[in-house]
Write a protein that binds this ligand. Structure first.
Ligand code: GLY
Length: 585
């Protein structure tokens, strides 16, 4: 019988203290999520719809669209656009994102890549100062830090290719909330204070955020009439409503006014890309996840296929954490060396995601000793900031959306284009802008992720699905380079039988090769486990501040129940569920 466990720390204490041993590779017979034989009697469709997102208003917007007859893709347009209004700190029309879709009618899984692209003027030289050093201010603040936005194109694509409702309906909640306003919450106000110096450099940001003379304060109503008008133009004119005409003209003028350089053709020519997701098996689950230009899917395939060599439920906490960290270390090394935009770089994806490669990595893991990261060949890995946002949707037809969207760092570039309400991203910082020089978050350069005109910067966003014969879950998270490991731990937790809310709340650990440290949230590792890991040679940074904001929904086909989980680290997140036999946390 499989052990149902609640935290990484308690897992090892409850499990028997067996010596660490790799078991046979490929233990992936179809079975139910809790380990019992798969039930032949499962529901064909969910009993309703479920949405988990990082703000109550965005979840409500999605449920409103479902109630109007929309499907999961229409709801995704509503949730995404509403997050752009209520969470400018994390994502927006001036940013980008990834949308992993499951179309129940065709059975097809598709990854909609709405990542920003590099403007032609943003060459590596454009980010160097007079001494030839990386100009850190330019790489994260203002017009040079911004890529050509992708999110508006994604909204149009979802509505036109997959939705049932016109954009005028699915964008209506976001337009209403932008026009009428919403109450400022703590994270929005404190984030503004952290970015205030940068934001108040720009006329458009001052006009929006200081409209009443003061920065946004918790509890006061924040209105964005220009953003409402931009959303209306998107609803009326589709792609052209943002990428040509009035809005595009204002974006180009704003970038030029602040000393940057975008071309009209770069906006008009922006297109989302449909890509095949990364898919692999893990202990009877089919995992469907993000391909490049996200690093998430490749890294997760490596980590989970390495871990499949052990029954984690049988390991004590020290050895369990050890093998998880060692698998993470190796995958993050490969992320750094090999991954970038698939339209620009050749990547050994088939090799990196193969079972043979995983077996080789596993064989290199010493059962009792940490492998120092500098003994693995490679260069330093990126550390990214922690904004970004994720939402998860399942509808009654069985359609699914797992979407992660971002403006990169807190309030992106800090720059709003006057008259549009559009806050530009600072995603250019996700490129390796100067080879060999770490950026503000420790990024070292490497060729696969060097900027080129039209290229998409490497991401960690990892929107994912997992499915067994009797359960389906949709999950993802923000958190820069810690996204991948959050989703990974979420998959392990689902495999161990946890509920969506337990998955979202689970204390987290993280290892990303460099720095060579296991980071742990409070409650993730107890003192004995930390001591055991240190005795193996690991450096452990226990009790770090909490990170992430995981949003997940699941459908249990055996009892036809929908359930959701929203990260308790974010008090304004919400799960919404329609239909019978459903559980809201
Ligand atoms: N900007 C965060 C990411 O894409 O990974």
């Amino acid at each position: 019988m499989r052990v149902m466990l609640r935290t990484l720390a308690t897992l090892g204490l409850l499990a028997s203290m067996l010596p660490l041993q790799a078991c046979a590779q490929g233990d992936s017979q179809a079975r139910s999520a809790d380990g019992s034989p798969a039930s032949p009697r499962v529901a064909a469709h969910p009993p309703g719809a479920a949405i988990a997102s990082a703000h109550g208003l965005s979840t409500d917007a999605g449920m409103e669209i479902i109630a109007q007859g929309g499907n999961a893709f229409d709801a995704a347009v509503a949730v995404s656009s509403t997050l752009s209004v209520v969470e400018p700190i994390s994502s927006g029309l001036g940013g980008g994102g990834f949308f992993l879709l499951h179309d129940a009618r065709s059975g097809r899984d598709v990854f909609v890549d709405a990542r920003e692209t590099a403007p032609a003027a943003a060459t590596p030289e454009a980010f160097l100062d007079a001494n030839g050093e990386l100009d850190r201010d330019r790489s994260v603040n203002g017009p040079w830090s911004a890529g050509i936005p992708g999110l508006p194109a994604a909204l149009v694509h979802l509505a036109e290719q997959y939705g049932q409702l016109p954009l005028s309906k699915s964008l209506a909640p976001a337009i209403r909330i932008a026009r009428d306003g919403f109450p400022v919450y703590e994270r929005l106000a404190s984030g503004y204070e952290r970015r205030r110096e940068v934001m108040e450099r720009y006329r458009g940001s001052r006009e929006l955020f200081l409209a009443d003379g003061d920065p946004p304060k918790e509890g006061e109503v924040f209105r964005q009439p220009d953003l409402a008008r931009t959303l209306e133009l998107l609803a009326e004119k589709g792609h052209d409503g943002f990428y040509r005409g009035d809005v595009a003209g204002k974006l180009l003028a704003a970038v030029a006014e602040e000393g940057g350089q975008w071309e009209a053709g770069e906006l008009a020519g922006y297109q989302v890309k449909e890509r095949a997701p990364i898919q692999f098996d893990y202990r009877g689950w089919k995992v469907t996840t993000a391909p490049p230009p996200s690093s998430g899917g490749v890294a997760m395939a490596e980590i989970l296929q390495v871990l499949e060599g052990w029954d984690l439920g049988e390991l004590d906490a020290v050895h369990r954490t050890h093998v998880i960290a060692e698998a993470m270390r190796r995958a993050y090394r490969d992320r750094t060396l090999y991954l970038g935009d698939p339209d620009f770089v050749e990547m050994p994806i088939a090799r990196l995601t193969s079972l043979d490669y995983a077996a080789g990595l596993r064989a290199g893991i010493h059962p009792e000793k940490a492998t120092p990261s500098d003994l693995l060949p490679g260069q330093l890995a990126p550390l990214e900031d922690e904004e970004t946002t994720h939402f998860s949707i399942i509808d009654a037809q069985g359609n699914r959306v797992s979407a992660t969207q971002t403006v990169n760092l807190l309030y992106g570039s800090g720059m709003v284009a006057p008259g549009t309400g559009v806050l530009l991203n600072n995603e250019m910082d996700d490129f390796a802008l100067r080879p060999g020089t770490p950026n503000a978050f420790g990024v070292m350069g490497y060729d696969a992720n060097a900027p080129e005109p039209g290229k998409r910067m490497l991401s960690s966003m990892t929107p994912s699905f997992i499915e067994s014969d009797d359960r389906v879950a949709v999950l993802g998270a923000p958190g820069g380079s810690r996204i991948i490991t959050q989703v990974l731990l979420g998959i392990l937790a689902y495999d161990e039988g946890m509920s969506p809310q337990e998955v979202a709340a689970l204390p987290r650990i993280h290892h990303q090769w460099m720095p060579d440290t296991i980071a742990a949230e409070p409650g993730a590792l107890d003192a004995a486990t930390v001591r055991g890991l240190e005795a193996m040679g690991h450096t452990v940074s226990a009790g770090e501040r909490q990170w992430g904001n995981l949003q997940t929904v699941s459908w249990d086909k055996r009892n036809d129940t929908l359930e959701g989980g929203t990260d308790p680290r974010n008090p304004v997140g919400k799960v919404g569920i329609s239909g019978a036999a459903s559980k809201v946390p």
